[in-house]
Design a binder for this molecule. Sequence first.
Ligand code: GSY
Length: 157
Amino acid sequence: MPVAYLGLGSNLGNRKANLDQAVELLKAHPGIQISKVSSYYETEPVGYTDQPDFLNAAVEIETELSPRELLNTVLDIENKMGRKRTIRWGPRVIDIDILLYGTGQIEEEGLQIPHPRMMERRFVIEPLSEIAPELKLPDGRTALEAAKLLRNEDRDS
Ligand code: GSY
């Protein structure tokens, strides 16, 4: 069964409860088996910075769903949890991004895999490197190598 990786984030309301609920809703889906969940990481907002800090996590799943079905499932969960799409990069109860789906590369309307901004986002790579340190990322580095690089960049900036 294909293995996929998801990035989760929340910066509105009870952020831990939101991440917990998103994990439970993923778990409850008959086409998804969760194999790993990272710790929850407190992170400063990146991009649009005038918003509360996030809690971020990464999840490894095995899934019978196609990438498009997986996208529709995570969008359903976001909607069920009350996600409102007001400001594009603004605060959100829950955000679930598909980071990787096996070694697949997909460029379709509304669906890009690997996630186009994952490599530059420490809030994605740190939790991912915790649950899958040896996972090969799109640039050929392992998740652990990519995390170290981003840590060093942050330290030197
Ligand atoms: O797509 C991610 C939403 N997001 C985040 C996030 O999840 N964590 C942090 N730290 N900053 C963010 N900026 C955006 S947009």
